[in-house]
Design a binder for this molecule. Structure first.
Ligand SMILES: [Ca+2]
Length: 406
């Protein structure tokens, strides 16, 4: 809202090693004026987006991905793991993309299903554990649900070994939609799994089902004894919070240590929540959204219902949000204390400015790319990385001004 994107021009990636900054700026200005297209130091296309706060460089590091869904950075410059929804896990390292890693489980790759999120263990350096979330089909009923497992990244990043399922959404109710799903660890090492309600609305309120829940596990899949419903009858002990619809964003707030999630509303009512133990986040009884037909959700009582938590932030019109990253690095000083969220329907990158937990401004970026944005992360180098969702999906890197080579 404050720094609307004004123009978008393809320009020369002029950040060759050793070129002085002034020359870089000069070439960038020349390329801007010419509207030319060349390749950056990454070997990919490079563009500049002008916004109120200055120029934003957008480098296409990688293209040709088939519906990429998530990325996870490995430590020590070991590269970036990328999932593709049809069922491939690949490693991008030093400008090269690996073939599909062997050892990934079979996935239910239909409609919204497939290989979805990827996360690395907080103690990856010791155990090399990689976590995958994916859609899995029940061969008896034909219905599908979300599953999570972990394996060991072996053979110098060329294979996943000893993959073991540590969580299965029960029961399986999806005929292809609303699997969620995002994985995130808190600073104590708990694994949170944000699960969709499989488009079975009322199940989000059922504590004996995993649909529409945020689940909290130990890293090995066991249930933490202090989970809010552990030991209670007719409830599933993995549940942390409930009443969620279809969450596709979850991230650890680095300033508070609390997990934030977001979820798709139906028509309207996409929301951000800061889920607390044992609380009800409303769906489908409390919602700002309506059915796609325009009619009210049958179970809905209103936007705010007593005993249910209102969203921390809500979009009355749905951008269709996916992926979430808090930004706390120094590359974009003006964007510190922001949270970035991808938008699939609105085809933009959303930046929300924070004052404490409060969201005080919303800015839309990258609209000129006209791309569905599926995931966004802060890289270990402090730049912002984005995945676009299509049959020719891309990995993009955002940096301020023409990015300076080392
Ligand atoms: Ca809600």
């Amino acid at each position: 809202m404050h720094s609307k994107v004004l123009t978008f021009l393809r320009v020369g990636g002029s950040n060759t090693a050793g070129v002085k900054q002034g020359l870089v700026a000069g070439l960038a200005a020349l390329a801007l004026s010419m509207g030319g297209l060349t390749y950056g130091s990454s070997g990919g296309k490079s563009s500049l987006v002008r916004q109120a706060s200055g120029l934003l460089q957008v480098e296409t590091l990688l293209e040709g991905l088939q519906h990429p869904w998530a990325l996870a950075f490995l430590p020590n410059d070991e590269g970036v793991l990328i999932t593709e929804r049809p069922g491939r896990l690949r490693l991008w390292r030093e400008g090269r993309l690996s073939p599909a890693l062997p050892g990934v489980p079979e996935v239910y790759a239909r409609a919204q299903g497939g290989l979805l999120d990827v996360a690395i263990a907080p103690d990856f350096a010791e155990n090399r554990h990689v976590y995958l979330a994916y859609a899995e089909q029940d061969s008896n009923t034909g219905r599908a649900g979300t599953a999570v497992g972990m394996g060991r990244l072996a053979d110098d990043g060329r294979a996943l070994e000893n993959f073991k399922v540590i969580f299965r959404q029960q029961p399986k109710l999806s005929s292809g939609v609303h699997f969620g799903v995002r994985l995130v660890f808190d600073s104590a090492g708990h694994l949170f799994i944000a699960l969709g309600e499989n488009n079975q609305r009322s199940t989000a309120q059922d504590l004996d089902k995993h649909q529409g829940k945020l689940v909290r596990l130990m890293a090995d899949g066991s249930v933490p004894p202090d989970n809010p419903f552990a030991g209670q009858p007719q409830t599933l002990p993995e549940i942390w919070s409930y009443g969620h619809r279809n969450p596709q964003g979850a991230a650890l707030n680095p300033w508070t240590g609390r997990i934030w999630t977001h979820e798709h509303g139906p028509r309207g009512g996409d929301e951000i929540n800061i889920p607390q133990a044992g609380l009800n986040y409303g769906w489908p009884i409390a919602t700002h959204g309506r059915n796609y037909s325009g009619l009210a959700i049958p179970e809905a009582v209103g936007a705010d219902v007593e005993g249910m938590e209102p969203p921390h932030y809500v979009w009355e019109e749905s951008p269709a949000i996916s992926g979430m990253a808090f930004y706390d690095a120094g590359r974009f000083p003006q964007w510190r204390h922001s949270v970035f969220i991808g938008a699939l329907k609105d085809r933009e990158l959303i930046r929300l400015e924070l004052d404490g937990d409060r969201i005080v401004a919303e800015e839309r970026l990258l609209g000129e790319l006209d791309a569905r944005i599926r995931d966004v992360r802060q890289g270990p180098d402090g730049y912002i990385y984005v995945l676009t969702d299509s049959g020719n999906g891309a990995l993009l890197r955002l940096s301020p001004e023409p990015r300076r080579s080392q």
